[in-house]
Design a protein around this ligand. Structure first.
Ligand SMILES: [Zn+2]
Length: 406
């Protein structure tokens, strides 16, 4: 009995063993500028590595947490990812009060990880098109015992950044078709629709700059239709490098483990994954993740940008602001539309009810949901359950959607 008590005491003291460590990480200042700052990393269960109750940060395929004594390049990214992941988790657990998120098993977070995801093998072969400049949330897997692949839980992967020179995109003098193919390849590499739109805007501006007066080979409209966008990540990217004149830059890259909005976006995928499975990427799923990333970032400046540029209600949005049926065919082209739509819906429903409303909405959606049918339907049924005044709120929602051609 005495031994048992000792054992229990031992267990409890182990449970209570949580270390807080102060480290340098990248955060945003009040006016959204990136800033190195000493932050407190809480709930660590190790005294010398990035191993916490909820997140373990590893490098590449390793299962060992990154040591605090590792090179600065690694510890800076590990600390930044850990800090913002804890912030995102706290948002879902404390503000949204999600039981699902509170019970997500400890996640392994891979930084500087280039392997593609394999449903059977966890990691695809090293030589299979290593990945850069993107981030990805992967579903748990059963493993493949006979091949020595252990089961794994849900994970988030951040790729290393890799500079891509504008000449690799070969904009000048190529046929539109060829350019589309090139951009498609680039998109596969980055998996960042937003970066593509950003790039395409820059490329257009750059091309015009190179050939003054001459019409660019591709109109802005055509490019945007080809490449699509995720506004929040675009905003993140633009904010990342405020000192460089973006139009003069000839090298492009995305260091995803250092961009708070991307970290929030990926964690939102995890938080929504009980209903929105991780194997697919659709406008609705991406728009939902963006919505929560925007909420977690809680930046008035970002909110302002969102209002200004989103395709749903933005004054400065370049694309048509009305819903069009062909949107449904091009998933990537309307992530912004969904994002803007949800942002607007929260305003109608009210800040108080809005969070609960949006999180509840995921239950009405699947990976096959379309905007015109299931999303609109889902918003209305969620309103029945969550709106303060369902009848009048639904009328306001319908009015707003109607104005957008839905
Ligand atoms: Zn995403």
């Amino acid at each position: 009995m005495k031994n048992l008590i000792l054992l229990l005491v031992g267990l409890f003291s182990f449970q209570a063993f949580a270390v807080d460590v102060t480290m340098e990480a990248l955060v945003r200042s009040e006016n959204d500028q990136p800033r190195k700052e000493n932050v407190v990393l809480t709930n660590l269960v190790s005294e010398d590595s990035f191993d916490g109750e909820h997140f373990k940060i590893v490098k590449g395929k390793s299962e060992q947490a990154v040591k605090f004594s590792a090179e600065k390049h690694l510890t800076f990214r590990a600390a930044t990812a850990y800090y913002h992941l804890m912030k995102a988790r706290a948002y879902f657990v404390e503000k949204v009060k999600s039981d699902y998120v509170a019970n997500i098993p400890k996640m392994t977070i891979r930084i500087e990880h280039t392997n593609q995801f394999s449903e059977l093998g966890h990691f695809a072969h090293d030589n299979l098109e290593p990945q850069f400049n993107n981030a990805l949330t992967i579903p748990a897997g059963k493993g493949f015992e006979s091949r020595g692949v252990k089961p794994w839980d849900m994970e988030i992967w951040f790729r290393p950044s890799k500079k891509v020179h504008i000449s690799e995109l070969r904009v000048n003098g190529t046929a539109q078709q060829e350019f589309k193919v090139l951009l498609g390849q680039f998109r596969d590499q980055t998996r960042m629709q937003s970066l593509n739109r950003f790039l395409s805007n820059v490329i257009v501006a750059y091309t015009k700059e190179q050939q003054p007066g001459a019409p660019g080979p591709f109109s802005q409209e055509a490019l945007i239709r080809t490449v699509g966008s995720t506004l929040i990540i675009e905003a993140g990217y633009l904010l990342m490098d405020p000192l460089t004149n973006v139009l003069a830059r000839k090298w492009y890259w995305l260091d995803t483990a250092l961009i708070p909005e991307i970290i929030y976006h990926e964690y939102a995928h995890a938080a929504l994954s009980d209903h929105l499975v991780l194997s697919h990427s659709t406008a609705i799923i991406e728009g939902m993740a963006d919505f929560f990333a925007g909420q977690i970032a809680n930046s008035p400046k970002l909110a302002d940008k969102i209002k200004k540029y989103n395709t749903y209600n933005g004054k400065n949005a370049k694309r048509k602001q009305e819903y069009m049926l062909q949107f449904e065919m091009q998933d990537y082209a309307n992530t912004d539309f969904v994002f803007g739509m949800l942002w607007e819906m929260k305003k109608i429903v009210g800040d108080e009810q809005g969070l609960d409303f949006m999180y509840e909405l995921r239950k009405k959606l699947t990976t096959n949901s379309g905007i015109r049918n299931e999303l609109v339907e889902g918003i209305l049924t969620t309103c029945d359950e969550k709106c303060a005044m369902p009848f009048s709120d639904k009328i306001r929602i319908l009015k707003a959607l109607n104005l957008k051609g839905l």
